[in-house]
Design a protein around this ligand. Structure first.
Ligand SMILES: O=C[C@H](O)[C@H](O)COP(=O)(O)O
Ligand SMILES: C=C(OP(=O)(O)O)C(=O)O
Ligand SMILES: [Mn+2]
Length: 467
């Protein structure tokens, strides 16, 4: 048996992205400290393996073919200080519950991907923040600096890159352990859904939906149709020094992989056609995604696809559209029509969070549950109107009982936000809000009334089988 991967850091020659402009990179004050962190990472063990990335790519190919549904979610920004096993467990459980409800509603197998074990770097709108006349560097995620508003905390520290690598390894270890426990038979997804439905304002309808899922065998946590299967990891591939130091060559195939996570995405702020991020991503073989905001034109999108997926490799590229509830119905149809007309096999998914951020009267960022639901509904309307598969949802969420978004099942208002606002960056749906969203969607999906389509209607894609 060959070793699946040998730690060959790809630093033999300067990679092409280095000569290109890279947006949103920290101003590290000490180049030699950065170099030392990069050397440490270059000698570090891979967090994920190429064969796992290939498996995810096959599953995402099934999403692009319309044979599976993708549920991706987690924190906006993971926290080094607040990392705790119970909280990670609650978020993973919430993802699995979402996958169970949405898989049933869509009558399709679900691919579940966490925004976790690496989601520590944030692109920002402004590079500084001013409070009471004091201007400091903005918080860019725990990979870069601290969130406390002091000059010391806000100074970028490259040793943080090593800390977040270690934290990602520990988180991934937990996630793998949760998966093992599930395969050994704990049916927590089912218990949690029953409990949520029983306490919900729409109790009768939601209990009916849960009964439907149960009847279809969807609460049994085994891999296959209607179950979430394995949990893959993902994060925004923002910090190119970090990603590059964690890029390895697979000795079996000679291909290069980012080994910091299974799926990496390019953010809306760093997807310039001639930028360093696109060049770096073009050189790795992982499945990748790109955030697509309302300002992109069809030509730009097609050029982006050409750069990132020139071989039209099924499962390679997922487009995460984040348009805002007000614009999605106007902007998305042309993009989908053009890409579809070219016969390009991408997966389409909706991030209904990032186009719907508003400022609450208390000054915090928030999102209205109804706007999030409206953008998702728009996504389903547009895709189904064009006969294209609505491939999945991308959510900022946590299993914890936070008060960051307003509305939804717990009826949170602006006044509730200060109670338990814990996000280091953007507001997340809490568990109840996330499940409420899934149940509402399940109830309204076009052509899938009440999610009561028979399970047999969802044929598992080839890529969904193990092996
Ligand atoms: O998570 C996404 C971005 O980092 C975030 O929305 C940027 O937020 P900002 O506009 O507060 O900088
Ligand atoms: C930065 C993010 O999103 P976007 O690139 O879509 O703004 C994010 O997903 O946290
Ligand atoms: Mn965010």
């Amino acid at each position: 048996m060959t070793t699946p991967l040998v730690g060959v850091p790809s630093v033999q020659s300067a990679p092409s992205w280095r000569s290109l402009p890279a947006r949103q990179q920290p101003q590290w004050p000490d180049a030699s400290a950065l170099d030392s962190a990069v050397q440490t990472l270059g000698r570090s063990l891979p967090l994920v393996f190429p064969r796992e990335c290939d498996l995810l790519k096959r599953r995402l190919a099934a999403v692009a073919r319309g044979e599976a549904f993708l549920v991706q979610g987690g924190d906006c920004a993971e926290s080094l200080d607040a990392a705790d096993a119970a909280s990670i467990g609650r978020t993973v459980a919430t993802l699995r519950q979402l996958a169970t409800v949405l898989g049933h509603a869509m009558a399709l197998p679900v691919v579940t991907v966490g925004r976790l074990a690496g989601q520590y770097a944030k692109p920002r709108s402004a590079s500084t923040e001013t409070r009471d006349g004091l201007e400091l560097p903005v918080y860019r995620g725990d990979a870069v600096n601290g969130s406390a508003f002091t000059a010391a905390a806000r100074t970028p520290d490259p040793q943080r890159l090593v800390r977040i690598y270690n934290a990602s390894a520990a988180t991934l270890n937990l996630v793998r352990a949760f998966g093992m426990r599930e395969r050994m038979g704990a049916a927590e997804a089912g218990d949690g859904l029953r409990e949520f439905a029983a306490g919900s304002p729409s109790r009768e309808r939601y209990e009916e939906l849960v009964a439907g899922i149960e009847q279809a065998g969807g609460l049994v946590p085994a891999d296959g149709v209607h179950t979430p299967g394995d949990l893959f990891t993902s994060h925004e591939g923002l910090l190119l020094d970090y990603e590059s130091a964690l890029t390895r060559t697979d000795v079996d195939t000679g291909k290069r992989y980012a080994v910091s996570g299974h799926l990496l995405w390019i953010g809306e702020r760093t997807r310039q056609l001639d930028g360093a991020h696109v060049a770096y991503f073009a050189g790795i073989s992982n499945p990748i995604a790109v955030k697509v905001g309302p300002g992109i034109g069809t030509d730009e999108l097609l050029q982006l696809i050409d750069k990132l997926d020139p071989e039209r490799d099924p499962g390679r590229l997922t487009l995460i559209v984040r348009m805002g509830a007000e614009r999605i119905r106007d902007v998305l149809p042309d993009l989908i029509a053009k890409v579809t007309a070219e016969g390009i096999p991408v997966g389409w998914m909706s991030d209904p969070m990032h186009g719907n951020t508003i400022g609450a009267p208390c000054g915090r960022k928030t999102r209205r549950f109804d706007d999030v639901l409206d953008e998702l509904s728009g996504f389903f309307e547009v895709t189904s109107g064009l006969g294209v598969h609505p491939g999945g949802v991308h959510l900022e969420l946590t299993g914890d009982d936070v008060t960051e978004c307003v509305g939804g099942a717990p009826g949170l208002t602006f006044d509730d936000l200060p109670d338990r606002y814990r996000s280091l960056c953007d507001p997340r749906l809490n568990r109840e809000q996330a499940l409420d969203l899934a149940f509402r969607l399940a109830d309204t999906l076009p052509g899938r009334p009440g999610g009561r389509r028979t399970p047999a209607a969802g044929r598992p894609g080839e890529g969904l089988r193990h092996g």
